[in-house]
Design a protein around this ligand. Sequence first.
Ligand SMILES: NC(=O)C1=CN([C@@H]2O[C@H](COP(=O)(O)OP(=O)(O)OC[C@H]3O[C@@H](n4cnc5c(N)ncnc54)[C@H](O)[C@@H]3O)[C@@H](O)[C@H]2O)C=CC1
Ligand SMILES: CCCCCC(=O)/C=C/[C@H]1C=CC(=O)[C@@H]1CCCCCCC(=O)O
Length: 263
Amino acid sequence: MELQGKVALVTGAVQGIGKAIAEILLKNGAKVSLLDINVPTGEVTKAAFEQIYGAENILFLPCDVTSENQLKDCFCKTLEKFQRLDIVCNNAGISDRENWEKCLSVNLVSVIKGTYLGIQHMSKETGGKGGVIVNIASMAGLIPFYLDPVYAASKYGVVGFTTSLSLTCLEKHGVRLQVLCPGFVDTPLLRGLKSEKASEQKEWFKKMVARFGLQTTSQIAEGFLQLVMDHTRNGSLLKASETGKLEYEDLPALVLPENPKST
Ligand SMILES: NC(=O)C1=CN([C@@H]2O[C@H](COP(=O)(O)OP(=O)(O)OC[C@H]3O[C@@H](n4cnc5c(N)ncnc54)[C@H](O)[C@@H]3O)[C@@H](O)[C@H]2O)C=CC1
Ligand SMILES: CCCCCC(=O)/C=C/[C@H]1C=CC(=O)[C@@H]1CCCCCCC(=O)O
């Protein structure tokens, strides 16, 4: 996919992985709608991006992705400003062991809603041009994660939802669905974990980082770009490998009925 002139919507876009994803899109000539609940950091990121990439290519939209109305409104505002939509990245995510339902709501329910909204606005069936949606899961969506079982459940959910829907979505809507599973990435979210007080957790964290490495946000953004650009791939899962690089996980080939019911 040539990115020049394309339009992307990224959630959780003002820091960490989402910011790196937004920046790689801008660098490659796309226009980007940045959605985030953190308004002060959003204003800073927006101003910094505008200096480099031009105000006409950037829209910052304060948004709590758990609010369906706010999310819907952001899709509409993006289309109003840029007149098209080609790429959606559902990236916003949290860990909240005190309020596990919130974790499921941000990490899974909102990703599902963002995916359906993306399909609705890009579907060839309803006059759109098709496009690509990349959902950000985690290695905690592929292997057990003892520190936060609900976080793991949310990420297993993102992997299951995205890969399952990808089986029918491309043919019906012209929209490719991809999933990215980083290992540990050096972001503000991770810094909270590194400063854990319990030594047992610190030890475990050290061992896991020794095994899966500590990736940079730019490495993750490069992986995101691969998933967007490679037209031959749909329903792909790109994950952190034990070599510290990103590699595709081959999912079992599935047999579908001839005319599968699809969403
Ligand atoms: N940092 C890591 O080691 C890894 C992170 N991930 C995933 O990558 C994604 C991004 O994580 P990081 O960049 O590390 O986190 P981060 O905390 O640095 O950035 C997350 C962004 O999402 C925003 N956000 C949180 N709740 C929101 C809501 N309700 N509505 C809108 N925006 C909201 C935050 O304000 C923040 O800007 C998450 O889905 C996370 O689970 C996956 C694997 C590893
Ligand atoms: C092999 C598993 C790799 C998991 C990668 C991942 O998604 C890590 C995410 C964590 C980084 C910062 C976080 O907040 C994420 C979840 C941490 C859960 C543990 C929380 C511990 C605590 O709240 O005290």
